[in-house]
Each structure stands twice: as C-alpha cells, then as structure tokens.
Design a protein around this ligand. Structure first.
Ligand SMILES: NC(=O)c1ccc[n+]([C@@H]2O[C@H](COP(=O)([O-])OP(=O)(O)OC[C@H]3O[C@@H](n4cnc5c(N)ncnc54)[C@H](O)[C@@H]3O)[C@@H](O)[C@H]2O)c1
Length: 340
C-alpha cells in the first residue's frame, strides 16, 4: 500500500486484547506503525494490549461505537482478528458465531466504507477447508467446513469479495493453521483453553492432571491427529507483508502454516524435552469432526509474498510459550499491562 509521506501508518487492530491480535499489535508497533487497538474484552485481556497502542473498548456489534472510532482516528488499514473462535462452542451456539464473525464484520466494513478506509486483512482459518481431500492443503482446495466456526469464516470471505466489487475494498485473507508460541511480552491465555500446546504446558506445570489425547487410531504414523503449528510471530509477519503488498494481492487468500505436521504425541514429546518435565497423557476416543491430518501448503505465501517462517521449529515455538508461561503462571490474571 502507498505510505503517506513520512508519517507512520495508523492500523486499526480488532481483537487486539486477544492472543494473536495483541502480538500482532506489538509487532506493528515495533515496525514503526501506530496501532488503534479495539476489543470488547469479551475474551481478551487489557494487560495484553501494548501500552503504546491507543485502546478502544468497543464491541463490533455496536455500530455507533465503531463510528466513534473511525471519527476519532485517521485509519489507514484494518487488521480484523476479533472473533468467536471456539469450535466446540460454535456447534452448540452457532448464532453467536454468525453474529460475531459475520454481522460484526459487516458493521466494520460499513464503517470503513463510510470513512474511505480501503485496506483490510482478515484472520481466516484452516477450518474453512473441512476434511481435506489432499495434504498439504493448497488455497484452491474445496471449501467444505464442518462446523459453524469454519462456515462463519467462509461466509465472511465471500462477503469481502462483494465489498471489493462494490466499494473498492482491497483485502487479503490469511488462513492460519494452528497458531502457537509467544513473544517475550505476550502469550496465549484463553479463559477456556482448547489449544493443544497451552494445555500440554499446563499439564507440564501441574495446572492440569494430564493432557487428553482424542483418538489413537487415525491413519497417521502413531495413530494421533497431525497438525501444522505456526509461530504467532510468523503470523504477525505475514500480516505486515500482506498489508504492504495489498494493492498487488487484493482479493487473494493465503495459508499461513509451516507445511510440516506433528502428531499430538510428537508435540507432547517435544514439550517434555523443552520443559524437562514428564507430561501425563490420557489416551481416549476420537472426537467427532477432527480430521486426521491438517497441514498447509505454504507455497503461495512464499511465492507471492516472499514469506518464510523465522521460527519454524516446534522446539522454538514451544520454548517461547513455556518461557512466557513461566513468567506469567496465571496468564494475564493479576498482570499490569505488558510493555510495548
Ligand atoms: N488461535 C488459532 O490457532 C487460530 C487459528 C486460525 C484462525 N484464528 C483466528 O485468529 C483470530 C484471533 O484468534 P485468537 O486465538 O487470538 O482469539 P482470541 O479469542 O484470543 O481473540 C479474539 C478477540 O476478539 C475479541 N472480540 C470478540 N468479539 C468481539 C466483538 N464483538 N467486538 C470486539 N472484540 C471482540 C475478544 O475479546 C478477543 O480479545 C480469530 O479471528 C480466529 O478465528 C485463530
């Protein structure tokens, strides 16, 4: 995108008190941009918002509040992380997912249109593909999401194409695989934690009695599910690259993953080596809706945007998450704001 002469870009980051949004905000600030950090604090934590960002406690369901943000700040681009993102919740309460991941997103796009803000990066997900027919999964793989979370994200991807056609929106879609890891200052703290690596580290720290392993009879080398883990700092870097090239790549979707799969048991083994602790595991039945293998093709992100992961080893990913957990045993609870 064209930078305004000499002045830093002002980026509106939604979901900036959440896991990936807060770390992306930190990276944007470290690269000389200004951040307007928006979050309803439904899930996120005030302490996660970098202090040098301007924080707006705003719910994207409230069009007046959003209008206030756009009136008050000159915004050059929006990175949209805010979402409901728990797959299991989406199966029980799909309406919340369509309200937040679709309707709230439309509120945001409408405010952008009114204020002439044209650049948008969208956090999408591997869940848009559903059960993969080929692995590694390329971006043009058929989209057949198997839960309302993935469906809500796919619906919004389609809406973005309409806004491009009718309002001139320039956007890129980034479909992350399994985000993991931490920066020095910020890490993963969901009130209901379903992600494997934080749960494994909770078990290593004695905060959980064991890690549940759902299914040991998948057609994978050790029978457990295989996933593609991507460092949150590499996700942040993919956002910056997509934004800088948005004129060239507008309308495109990119996978963000390492093209390398690890089974659940392999993740636990690596975590045992990193932490030096024994991690109890409880082998159980498969859960419905868990594909055996989800691994990204990263070829397009590399070819089109020149992106390469800087932190691709699982050891490094887990080490960073463990380092953060040791400094913040209760996550953001009782934390003052982390530094920028
Ligand atoms: N974590 C992953 O592995 C992963 C993988 C693929 C895609 N994603 C996507 O990345 C994005 C960020 O994920 P995360 O793990 O950081 O989630 P998160 O839950 O930590 O962060 C989401 C943030 O959005 C905020 N939010 C929710 N509804 C809002 C609303 N109506 N108005 C304003 N703020 C609202 C929450 O308070 C929270 O701080 C999501 O869009 C998610 O779907 C995440």
């Amino acid at each position: 995108m064209n930078r305004r002469e000499q002045s830093p870009l002002n980026i509106l980051v939604t979901g900036a008190a959440g896991y990936i949004g807060s770390i992306c905000a930190e990276v944007l600030l470290s690269r000389g941009m200004n951040v307007i950090a928006l979050d309803s604090l439904l899930e996120g934590h005030t302490a996660a918002v970098p202090p040098s960002a301007v924080f707006c406690n705003v719910d994207l369901g409230n069009r007046q509040q959003i209008e206030g943000v756009f009136k008050q700040h000159k915004i050059d681009a929006v990175m949209h992380f805010a979402a409901e993102a728990l797959v299991a919740k989406s199966v029980k309460e799909p309406s919340i997912f369509y309200a937040t991941n679709v309707a709230c997103g439309v509120n945001l796009l409408d405010a952008m249109t009114r204020h002439g803000v044209r650049h948008f990066i969208f956090s999408s997900t591997a869940a848009t593909y559903g059960e993969p027919k080929t692995v590694p999964i390329p971006e043009d793989h058929p989209k057949a999401p198997i839960n309302p979370y993935g469906k809500s994200k796919l619906v919004f991807e389609g809406i973005l194409a309409d806004y491009k056609a009718y309002t001139g929106l320039q956007y890129a879609i980034l479909r992350y695989f399994n985000a993991a890891g931490a920066s020095k200052e910020r890490g993963e703290h969901h009130r209901v934690e379903t992600h494997l690596i934080p749960r494994v580290l909770d078990a290593a720290a004695g905060d959980l009695p064991h890690v549940d392993v759902f299914g040991t009879d998948y057609p994978t080398p050790d029978g457990t599910c295989v996933r593609d883990y991507i460092h949150v700092l590499d996700i942040a870097d993919s956002h910056v690259r997509a934004l800088m090239e948005i004129d060239r790549v507008s309308g495109e979707a990119f996978n963000v993953g390492n093209s390398r799969g690890y089974s659940i048991l392999e993740v636990i083994d690596v975590a045992e080596r990193v932490t030096g602790r024994k991690i109890p595991r409880k082998l159980g039945q498969r859960r419905p809706g868990d594909p055996a293998v989800l691994v990204a093709s990263k070829e397009k992100l590399k070819r089109v945007l020149g992106w390469e992961a800087s932190h691709s080893s699982l050891e490094e990913i887990i080490q960073s998450a463990w380092g953060w957990k040791q400094k913040h045993p209760r996550g953001y609870e009782n934390d003052a704001r982390a530094s920028a």
